[in-house]
Ligand binder design. Structure first.
Ligand SMILES: [Fe+2]
Ligand SMILES: [Fe+2]
Length: 213
């Protein structure tokens, strides 16, 4: 894939996959040890998912990329319908996750802690399976079609839009305001043994760059 927008999409998928897999590894590591994870760090990770993939990545696909591919093939249109539905469901799903985590955090010192933890872990697993499958379908079914059918003008517009708003965990410069958020997330992952290296390996970005170091 040579177009900047396709490279950005795949890079952002790797960053989101790495974050989601790291959350699952962190949860299972703490469950195995019988300890509580850093719930504030988990909240920061969900906030990142909400702030970058949910608010920037998925809307760029639904608003800019998918409409340019539609209307050429019924099967591909049906796949695009499902992916658009996933984008719409994702927002609701992240709210449910954030609420379940808040419940766990607020009740973590009571006898409801285990039940709250199970509810959050189960919702988180569903969300991760859902998005890993979603990104796989985009990469296998949609991006190759885009590469073969879009015009030079389409690519010029798409590349400009995708370059304008990028995910810092996929290697773009992060706004200064997000510095504490990423420090919190990456610090937690680095202190979770091999979880940090999973993030590096999958995202290809050890630390995000900031606009004013
Ligand atoms: Fe998507
Ligand atoms: Fe995507």
């Amino acid at each position: 894939m040579t177009h900047p927008s396709l490279i950005i999409i795949c890079g952002e998928h790797r960053a989101l996959s790495a974050m989601l897999r790291s959350i699952i590894l962190m949860l299972s590591e703490h469950r195995r040890k019988g300890t509580l994870p850093d719930l504030e760090a988990l909240q920061a990770m969900l906030f990142y998912v909400d702030e970058f993939p949910e608010k920037l990545h998925h809307p760029k696909e639904s608003r800019l990329l998918f409409p340019r591919i539609r209307g050429r093939n019924q099967r591909i249109d049906a796949v695009l319908d499902r992916l658009d539905d996933d984008h719409a469901r994702g927002e609701q799903a992240i709210r449910e996750l954030e609420h379940a985590l808040l419940g766990w955090r607020m009740m973590s010192e009571t006898d409801q802690c285990d039940a709250r933890r199970e509810k959050f872990e189960s919702l988180m697993k569903q969300y991760v399976d859902f998005y890993l499958h979603h990104m796989h379908v985009e990469e296998v079914e949609i991006l190759p079609v885009a590469e073969s059918v879009l015009s030079a003008d389409d690519w010029a517009e798409l590349d400009a839009a995708f370059l304008a708003n990028r995910d810092p965990l996929a290697g773009a410069a992060a706004d200064e305001a997000y510095r504490p958020l990423f420090k919190k997330i990456l610090g937690t992952l680095e202190h979770s043994g091999n979880v940090g290296s999973v993030l590096e390996a999958l995202a290809g970005a050890a630390l995000p760059r900031f606009t004013n170091p």
